[in-house]
Write a new protein. Structure first.
Length: 139
């Protein structure tokens, strides 16, 4: 790999930086640089992702990144964060879990959860989906 070419942050890493920026307001770059320099980034939510950005992209990237670049890209369908496969069934979408055997993070419990959700009335699945969305936002 050419040492002059820095890799781009992953969508998860960009989301972690965007969340940090939202929490720290207009001086977020200075706050993140200070956190990187003192190691306080490890105590932040998704601190491991912030540290990955520091290690792979560095301070030069931080100085030039724009809020537009941090905005999530629109995708055609939600996908598994581990294998990239589109989540297809309502049960997968509700649980946010991939049930593909090819997924490196596949868990047989996801199959059981998907089957359970598929057998539930739609209004109960919607309630679970809302609760999961609220939990993800609060985290």
């Amino acid at each position: 790999m050419n040492p002059k070419i820095k890799p781009a942050p992953s969508p998860d890493q960009l989301a972690a930086v965007a969340a940090y920026a939202a929490r720290h307001g207009r001086t977020w770059r200075a706050a993140l640089m200070g956190a990187w320099l003192t190691g306080r980034d490890a105590q932040e939510p998704a601190g491991h992702l912030l540290r990955q950005v520091r290690n792979t992209c560095g301070p030069a990237w931080l100085a030039t990144v724009t809020m537009a670049e941090l905005a999530p890209k629109e995708s055609a369908a939600p996908s598994c964060p581990h294998c990239g496969r589109d989540l297809e069934t309502d049960a997968e979408l509700a649980a946010g879990l991939c049930t593909s055997d090819d997924c490196p993070r596949h868990d047989p419990a996801a199959d059981r959860l998907a089957a359970t959700l598929a057998s539930m009335p739609e209004h109960e699945v919607d309630t679970i989906r809302s609760a999961l969305a609220a939990t993800r936002c609060a985290a």
